[in-house]
Design a protein around this ligand. Structure first.
Ligand code: DQA
Length: 144
């Protein structure tokens, strides 16, 4: 089983950006946590982080035929990008949406998720653990 983990804009600045919301651990620590979870489940994992919407669309398109599942935190593009929604629908790879913060208890503009409309599950407000839950969920979902 192969999973692709996609992180959108500003998630490369984890640790620096708004630590009260996103925590003090950096992006590399996030990758290490996900890698450990995937190793434990016998899953191969690839990572993409981009600050550019089109690069994220390209990564989703390139995942077709290569990856069995996608874990995606589109970050701010969650709330704006119909292109990312359409790409997820186009490849139809089972995808799980993750948000580190609880987007529902923040500003109203964070309460809409376009990408989420193409995802089989969403985890929000669990911090980095949300990615681990997404990996476990997809392992189970794809094994059925
Ligand atoms: C985020 C929530 C988004 O609203 C925000 O723009 C982000 C990160 C999260 O992980 O909580 O950049 O996706």
């Amino acid at each position: 089983m192969k999973l692709l983990v996609i992180n959108g804009p500003n998630l490369n600045l984890l640790g620096l950006r708004e630590p009260a919301i996103y925590g003090s651990q950096n992006y590399e620590s996030l990758l290490a946590l996900i890698r450990t979870a995937c190793d434990a489940e016998g899953i191969e994992v690839g990572f993409v982080q981009s600050n550019h919407e089109g690069t994220i669309v390209d990564a989703i398109q390139a995942a077709y035929g290569v990856y069995d599942g996608i874990v995606i935190n589109p970050a701010a593009y969650t709330h704006t990008s119909i292109a990312i929604l359409d790409a997820l629908k186009a490849v139809a790879i089972p995808a799980v949406e993750v948000h580190i913060s609880d987007v529902d208890s923040r500003e109203p503009f964070r309460q809409v998720s376009y990408a989420g409309m193409a995802c089989v599950k969403t985890y929000k407000g669990l911090g980095f653990q949300g990615y681990v839950e997404a990996v476990k969920f997809l392992k189970d979902y794809l094994s059925k």
